[in-house]
Design a protein. Structure first.
Length: 278
């Protein structure tokens, strides 16, 4: 049975109201994934001051948007706000979270302790990434000690609707997770951007350079996804001794090349994640 089928089955078994606080790009992607896998819109309440037309349209299917009256504590509260917005809007979420509420946060740099202090409930901290918008994201999650086995299964089903999920036991790993996979898509997009620019510098027309760079990055990513070979092996398979690829890799793998740059970049992102927690 495929993971998408398993996720759909698990979503269909979720009981109680799910409150989604924040329906921007990531929150909206999660909601789309839930509904596509069979979650009844009548079970969902969205709290979003600037809802998109797509979110507004779901009201006709039974989804509740910015309810004017108190709905009480929800079974699950998913917090998809920016960390800065949570500092202001977080206390307003308290009525949705009772002592038995599962609180799932996808906020960067926001610790389980700080979320619990504001919202209460049993907290799962998670970090997805933007490929979630097409169902190809990866999320890493960590659960507080008071999260039950059943609540962890609910969190897993909700997060798995946008891609694969990995669980860790040590919350301290989440800053590095954020730096590698949470911020990682931006590094890949920058690679495509700079590869196209370098192509233009080498004499290619802008349109052709852009297409070659985009398709090369996308195709290589898909090959990496489908192949069972290690990324290093795939790289070596492209590289003929003394050939053009080898010449380029001498630069990219040199002292000031990608290894050094990515190590520094991930370290900077990890530091920033720690700063957001303060």
């Amino acid at each position: 049975m495929s993971s998408s089928v398993i996720a759909a089955s698990a979503l269909a078994q979720i009981q109680g109201t799910i409150v989604l606080a924040g329906a921007g790009k990531m929150g909206g992607a999660m909601l789309t994934g839930w509904l596509a896998r069979g979650l009844d819109p009548k079970h969902v309440v969205v709290v979003e001051p600037y809802p998109s037309e797509e979110i507004r349209a779901l009201v006709t299917s039974g989804l509740r948007l910015n309810p004017s009256k108190d709905i009480g504590a929800a079974a699950t509260l998913v917090v998809a706000l920016k960390p800065q917005a949570f500092r202001e809007a977080g206390p307003g979420l308290k009525p949705f979270a009772g002592s038995s509420t599962l609180v799932v946060s996808i906020m960067a740099g926001t610790t389980i302790a700080s979320i619990a202090a504001v919202c209460g409930g049993s907290v799962v901290r998670a970090m997805p990434n933007t490929p979630a918008a097409i169902g190809r994201g990866i999320t890493v999650a960590v659960a507080a000690n008071n999260v039950s086995i059943g609540q962890r299964a609910v969190a897993d089903a909700l997060l798995r609707a946008t891609g694969s999920v990995e669980w860790v036991d040590d919350e301290r790993l989440m800053d590095a997770v954020t730096a590698v996979s949470g911020s990682g898509p931006a590094y890949i997009f920058l690679l495509a951007e700079e590869l196209a620019r370098a192509g233009v510098e080498a004499g290619l027309p802008q349109e052709l350079a852009t297409k070659l760079a985009r398709e090369t990055v996308a195709g290589s990513g898909e090959l990496l996804h489908r192949s069972e070979l290690a990324s290093a092996t795939l790289r070596q398979n492209v590289t003929s001794p003394g050939g053009t690829t080898a010449a380029a890799l001498e630069v990219l793998m040199g002292p000031d090349g990608m290894a050094s740059l990515l190590t520094r970049a991930v370290a900077a992102a990890s530091r920033r994640s720690k700063e957001l927690a303060k």
